[in-house]
Design a binder for this molecule. Sequence first.
Ligand SMILES: [Zn+2]
Length: 84
Amino acid sequence: MPDDWRLQNQMDFLRNVELVWKEYKAPSESWDHDHCEFCWAEFMEAAGPEYLRAGYCTEDEYRWICKQCFENFKAMFAWTVKNS
Ligand SMILES: [Zn+2]
């Protein structure tokens, strides 16, 4: 396992999963943002340079991964990408 501060225990739940590139949509009014599972960058519908508006997510849209982390870890995690 490479020594990268972004790697925690994601192997337990993100290995070999299928991801979809999607625009971020807030699940509800009280749950209006999510974080990248690796670097904690923030996904939000709101405009602003600090927010990511789209990313790779699991099919249930529960876990989000930013483009940078996707590129860095896709081989290690053996992700496949499904067209949305
Ligand atoms: Zn990230």
